[in-house]
Design a protein around this ligand. Structure first.
Ligand SMILES: NC(=O)c1ccc[n+]([C@@H]2O[C@H](COP(=O)([O-])OP(=O)(O)OC[C@H]3O[C@@H](n4cnc5c(N)ncnc54)[C@H](OP(=O)(O)O)[C@@H]3O)[C@@H](O)[C@H]2O)c1
Length: 327
């Protein structure tokens, strides 16, 4: 089969499209014929060796897949050949999804409804599993909450807008003015403010007609912690899923946090293998009934994974970058 592997850690130049043996599913695993995958920032951290480096090299990169079960390993009854499935969180302790096939632990596979295209399933997996777990499981989002969703036009952010709206929250997103802001509104954000503002907290307050924020979906905590605290309600929750640098808590920030009885929580999809498939099953149902949409910005083949990752890193991507494994 074709697979994109790396033999050493480094930037995307270490990725190589190779012909390798098709894996055999071991006990508790299913062999999935991958129809579509998607690219995620964690793929880069794993490849660079900065987060959860795989135990053995060479390693197939990639976290998300959508496809069809081809065969099952010993003791597997939860899925059968022919089942449509999707999954995320692969490619960390097991081989990844930039490939035509993957042997995946069955507890990480969720059913993908027949009406949901494989590309949409692959686009949805990491994004919606993260958004759901951050807002629902960790963020305790409630009907009527005011939710602040940062990065509302990106991969996880565009899913978080929809999860928050479906939970009955009023949603203020942050995205650049213009196309990204319009995209976030189309997905269900009630208001959008530009994340580049020097007055972010004030802009959020104005956009929310003076209401304070109950729950924050935070993919870049280093950039926004002080602003989040400045518009947070008493007892509000900030769920951190990412940062691009140190999260500084100076005296002023700490004082604001204490005054607000703020609840700073963290969430990692890598730590959620136990409930991931159950979450994805619910996500699949909502993709099928039209409650959720996984937006696909562009599609690349296995022969262009570095280009797909460059697109992911570039500014202005709306939703997800997907891989068609037949190309
Ligand atoms: N904890 C977990 O389990 C988990 C899971 C998935 C992702 N993450 C993390 O979440 C982050 C986002 O992932 P992703 O897949 O959504 O990436 P992505 O698709 O590249 O989206 C990033 C988004 O952030 C926006 N952005 C850039 N600078 C910003 C700022 N200062 N304030 C607010 N938004 C800003 C970008 O807007 P423009 O394109 O307009 O610049 C883009 O829409 C990454 O750090 C990733 O590692 C964590």
């Amino acid at each position: 089969m074709r697979a994109v592997r790396f033999h050493e850690h480094g930037d995307e130049s270490v990725l190589a499209l190779e012909t390798v043996d098709r894996p055999d599913p071991g006990p508790g695993e299913a062999l999935v014929r991958i129809e579509a995958a998607s690219v995620n920032p964690i793929d880069e951290y794993v490849r660079e060796g900065s987060v959860s480096p795989p135990s053995g090299l060479p390693h197939v990169g990639g976290s998300d897949l959508a496809g069809v079960v081809e065969a099952v390993g010993e003791g597997v009854t939860a899925v059968a050949p022919g089942d449509r499935v999707f999954a995320t969180g692969l490619g960390i302790s097991s081989p990844g999804t930039y490939a035509e096939y993957a042997a995946a632990p069955v507890e990480q596979l969720a059913p993908l409804p027949a009406s949901v295209p494989f590309r949409e399933g692959a686009a949805a997996a990491m994004a919606f599993a993260t958004a759901w777990r951050a807002l629902v499981t960790r963020g305790d989002i409630r009907l009527g909450d005011l939710a602040l969703v940062h990065g509302a036009s990106g991969g996880v952010g565009h899913a978080a807008v929809q999860v928050a709206a479906a939970a009955g929250a009023t949603v203020v997103g942050t995205a650049r003015d213009g196309e990204p802001a319009a995209f976030a509104r189309e997905l269900g954000a009630d208001a959008v403010v530009d994340y580049r503002s020097d007055e972010l907290a004030e802009d959020v307050r104005t956009a929310a007609d003076g209401r304070e924020v109950d729950v924050v979906f935070e993919p870049q905590a280093d950039a926004h912690l002080a602003a989040n605290l400045a518009c947070l309600t008493r007892g509000g929750r900030i769920v951190v899923i990412g940062e691009n640098g140190p999260i500084a808590v100076d005296g002023g920030t700490s004082m604001a946090a204490k005054r607000a009885d703020a609840d700073l929580r963290f969430m990692s999809i890598a730590a959620s293998a136990g409930d991931q498939a159950a979450i994805l099953e619910r996500v699949g149902e909502r993709l099928a009934d039209g409650t959720f949409t996984a937006a696909i910005d562009c599609v690349f083949g296995l022969d262009a994974v570095p280009e797909a990752l460059a697109e992911l890193r570039s500014s202005g991507t709306l939703g997800k970058v997907v891989l068609d494994t037949s190309r």
